[in-house]
Design a protein around this ligand. Structure first.
Ligand SMILES: NC(=O)c1ccc[n+]([C@@H]2O[C@H](COP(=O)([O-])OP(=O)(O)OC[C@H]3O[C@@H](n4cnc5c(N)ncnc54)[C@H](O)[C@@H]3O)[C@@H](O)[C@H]2O)c1
Length: 346
């Protein structure tokens, strides 16, 4: 298939591009190249005849129409977004602009293209969203596809709004959409201000490893390559108009995750003292959701999907990758505004 991937220079988007090419699809990657983008993550596919890059902002309807007309995709995988909760606390406007207005603009461009080509049933618009739209869980239970939306951060609220727009474009205009809500991703090529790279890189430089609040917050972790495979499966076999929750069934308290990463580093790059001695509690994020957990029964039973990485093996592979790829992350860490504490609120 010919795929249009938005946000393909980001963490998950670049994994989707690499996986799609490996599965034999052709890809055009549309990305505005914000602070979070990194074209080096696509070095393994750059220059191939089945891969193209276009610097396009999804808020720019004319540029989108032009890209649809020239590339004539069979499917859109929509990942472009402002994605960092802490940044959404400090500056929500970009999140409203890209995640809501950008998704609306992309839906309209996709609809015009799809209708202009006879509204083929086989076309797909795959919308990539997050479990954060469901809010926060207590100690038990998990989010299913029918859980009510209750977003708590500006990021989560903007993604929730986008999800509703995608659903409405299917119900009202018949656009063949499938929607996904995924848990926290980790793995190679993750931007160095997200939790797991922050822990690895601050530990390596011997600096205090920041843990928000009590460290009791629980996340359900999924390796990014498992997410990419799930998205391509949903694109090909997911039922139109349906949403699929994607998760690794790998819950961990933040503090336990940080200690696990320290233990892996103790083995792979031993220092004078255990890295866990660097762990430092810092003031919590305002509105910090306590627990997320995904019930992935639907995608498992309908589409036969299951993650291939366990959390232990995936974390070890990720730590090794950061140890082996300093040039990649150092360039991103040197970008202005990266590495400072974000999202402490007013
Ligand atoms: N990271 C996670 O744990 C996670 C979990 C579930 C869902 N998601 C969703 O997956 C998607 C990708 O997340 P990620 O972690 O790879 O994000 P990311 O921040 O690493 O990458 C986002 C990409 O989108 C691009 N982009 C931003 N604004 C744009 C615009 N206006 N026009 C075009 N491109 C633009 C950026 O340049 C960047 O390359 C997002 O929609 C996010 O909400 C992420």
């Amino acid at each position: 298939m010919k795929l249009m991937v938005t946000g393909g220079a980001g963490f998950i988007g670049s994994a989707v591009v690499r996986q799609a090419i490996a599965e034999g699809h052709a890809v055009v990657n549309l990305d505005a190249l914000t602070y979070a983008a990194c074209l080096d993550s696509l070095a393994s596919v750059a220059g191939r005849p089945d891969y193209a890059f276009e610097q396009v902002d999804i808020r720019d309807g004319a540029a989108l129409a032009d890209a649809f007309a020239r590339h004539r995709p069979d499917a859109v995988l929509h990942l472009a977004a402002e994605s960092h909760v802490d940044r959404s606390i400090d500056g929500p406007a970009d999140f409203i602009g890209t995640n809501i207005t950008g998704t609306f603009t992309l839906l309209e461009a996709a609809r015009a293209y799809w209708e202009g080509h006879g509204a083929p049933d086989a076309f797909r618009f795959v919308h990539v969203s997050t479990d954060e739209v469901f809010g926060s869980l207590g100690p038990t239970g998990a989010f299913s596809e029918t859980t009510a939306y209750a977003p708590n951060s500006p990021y989560a609220a903007s993604k929730a709004a986008a999800d509703h727009l995608v659903r409405a474009w299917h119900k009202t205009y018949g656009l063949p959409v499938v929607m996904t809500n995924c848990s926290n991703n980790y793995g190679p090529f993750q931007f160095p201000e997200k939790l797991i790279p922050v822990v690895i890189l601050t530990a390596l430089e011997g600096a205090p490893i920041p843990v928000y609040g009590t460290g009791d917050n629980v996340r359900d972790w999924l390796h990014v390559e498992d997410h990419a495979e799930a998205l391509l499966l949903v694109m090909q076999r997911g039922r139109v108009g349906r949403s699929y929750n994607i998760g690794g069934s790998a819950e961990a308290r933040n503090i336990d995750l940080v200690e696990t990463l320290c233990a892996i580093l103790d083995r792979l790059r031993p220092g004078e003292n255990p890295y866990s001695e660097l762990i430092a509690r810092v003031p919590d994020r305002p509105g910090h959701d306590h627990r997320y957990a995904i019930d992935a029964t639907r995608i498992r039973e309908e589409l036969g999907w299951a993650p291939r990485h366990s959390l232990d093996s995936g974390l070890e592979q990720t730590v090794r990758w950061y140890l082996d790829n300093e040039a990649w992350w150092q360039a991103l860490r040197d970008r202005p505004g990266v590495g400072v504490r974000l999202g402490v609120g007013t």
